[in-house]
Design a binder for this molecule. Structure first.
Ligand SMILES: Nc1ncnc2c1ncn2[C@@H]1O[C@H](COP(=O)(O)OP(=O)(O)OP(=O)(O)O)[C@@H](O)[C@H]1O
Ligand SMILES: [Mg+2]
Length: 450
């Protein structure tokens, strides 16, 4: 048998036809028209792959995808959709779908995708290989940053990885906190043990407590079975406490005790259990300030911030932008029919844009541009509107002529125009005289309609 596939689609005809074809190819196929049943079957039986429609009446394909991935992050999910809705398809990829196909598709097309997916799965089936892949993925080479500030971070990661010290990673949303946490783990002696991550801001106290420390069956209503806490799950490895700044004072006290005594007590348990866990914590808050305002316990702050990594925001390390763009172009290349390049106009826009969502926002912009661009070169029109409209938005807020920006721009425009006339329109010369790059000059000429 080649592998087990679960087919989900509300179109009975397609199910019958596809299951016959795939069975002939040697796969074991199970079909259902209901997403709810699909989830049930998936939990009861083992499947290597799920092929699901995106639009279904009861649960949407995207919802199903999320639930499947939550249950088994390794499962290969292929989405099919009758509506050529690129956005939903991109969304599906974002939530971990392996690929997507638009209906009607050719048989050869789907057969090839399935074959490719399974050959990759086979690599991952081997634990050692998976580990190697993970290490590769979080190797420094895959965390992009040539800026001085990032190079400094890499040096620190290198140093702290070899120790057991608690590390606090501070940075705005999307600056790469989780990526750095993983780099610390996969470059440490704990690399072959689990890396476990939990978002402390997403759960109410009682739930967070039972997630972290576990609970004994019957210790509270809803505790239908005994559950191991994440501190125990991460034993020997690393526990990543994301958004630690969002925890309550009571939770902070519990965390402090655990870090000091290196043992945990499950909710409702009488005995404690020793754990050997390295903690890496992250926050986008200024914990110093939170301590001063007494929102965060000073003693816990000192305990976790022995080493603090401050991740710079993207707008403060613009030299990393072109490298990151390249990196993400390669990463999302497979979602497009042809390989894509970025235009200079886009790069210029990227260098001006403030990136409130940091690297994540840049990654999303490239991902959608790769999927949306019909031509080989990605143009500003393929970018999210907020990036191309930044200037317009800013100008709306000022009276263009009166604002400093307006005045500077007017001066800039006149200076460029004057120099242009002086050298008879030789742009290379103008760029040289004004000590600016030729690309930047071209951008300004276009912008000021010179
Ligand atoms: N230096 C980098 N090189 C390559 N990819 C990066 C880099 N920094 C961040 N990324 C990518 O950007 C995305 C966001 O990173 P990550 O999840 O680590 O950020 P975060 O700081 O944890 O954000 P949040 O606070 O929103 O959770 C990820 O897909 C990550 O792979
Ligand atoms: Mg994060």
């Amino acid at each position: 048998m080649q592998g087990r596939i679960l087919l989900v689609d509300d179109e009975q005809d397609l199910l019958e036809w596809l299951s016959v074809v795939l069975e002939n190819e040697g796969y074991a196929v199970r079909v259902t028209t209901s997403a709810q049943d699909a989830l049930k079957f998936f939990k009861q039986e083992q499947f290597d792959m799920v092929i699901s429609d995106i639009r279904m009446p009861d649960v949407s394909g995207i919802e199903l995808l999320k639930l499947l991935k939550k249950h088994d992050p390794e499962v290969i999910v292929l989405m099919i959709t009758a509506y050529a809705s690129v956005e939903t398809a991109v969304n599906a990829l974002r939530f971990g779908a392996y690929d997507y196909l638009f209906k009607p598709f050719k048989l050869d097309e789907i057969k090839l995708i399935i074959k490719k997916a399974f050959s990759q799965k086979r690599i991952f089936a081997d634990d050692k290989e998976l580990e190697k892949k993970l290490k590769e993925r979080y190797r420094f080479a895959n965390i992009i940053g040539k800026s001085k500030s990032m190079q400094k971070i890499f040096d620190l990661v290198d140093k702290v990885a070899k120790t057991n010290t608690t590390v606090l990673i501070h940075g705005e949303s999307g600056t790469g906190k989780e990526l750095i946490a993983k780099a610390i783990h996969y470059n440490s002696l704990r690399a072959s043990k689990p890396f476990v991550s939990i978002d402390c801001g997403a759960l109410p106290d009682e739930l967070l407590e039972s997630e972290l420390f576990g609970h004994v069956k019957g210790s509270f209503t809803g505790a239908i079975s005994t559950k191991q806490g994440l501190f125990e799950v991460a034993d020997g490895g690393t526990l990543f406490l994301d958004e630690i700044g969002e925890t309550s004072q009571a939770m902070q006290a519990k965390l402090l005790r655990t870090l000091q005594e290196r043992e945990v007590r499950s909710v409702g348990a009488t005995k404690t259990v020793k754990v050997d866990v390295r903690v890496v914590a992250a926050t986008n808050r200024n914990l110093d300030e939170e301590v001063r305002h007494e929102n965060f316990r000073k003693d816990l702050f000192y305990r976790i911030s022995v080493i603090t990594l401050n991740l710079p925001k993207l707008s403060a390390r613009k030299e990393d932008i072109p490298l990151l763009v390249n990196h993400f172009l390669k990463k999302y290349q497979h979602t497009a029919k042809q390989s894509k390049k970025i235009s200079n106009e886009c790069l210029d826009l990227f260098l001006e844009y403030p990136w409130p969502g940091n690297v994540r926002e840049l990654e999303n912009a490239i991902e959608s541009a790769v999927a949306l661009a019909e031509q080989e070169i990605i143009l500003p029109k393929d970018l999210p509107l907020r990036i191309t409209n930044e200037d317009a938005a800013e100008e709306k807020n000022h009276d263009a002529e009166d604002s400093l920006k307006g005045k500077v721009e007017m001066f800039e425009k006149e200076l460029i125009a004057k120099t242009m006339t002086e050298v008879g329109g030789n742009k290379n010369l103008v760029a040289k005289i004004l000590k600016m790059t030729r690309r930047n000059l071209d951008y300004k000429i276009k912008r000021y309609e010179l």
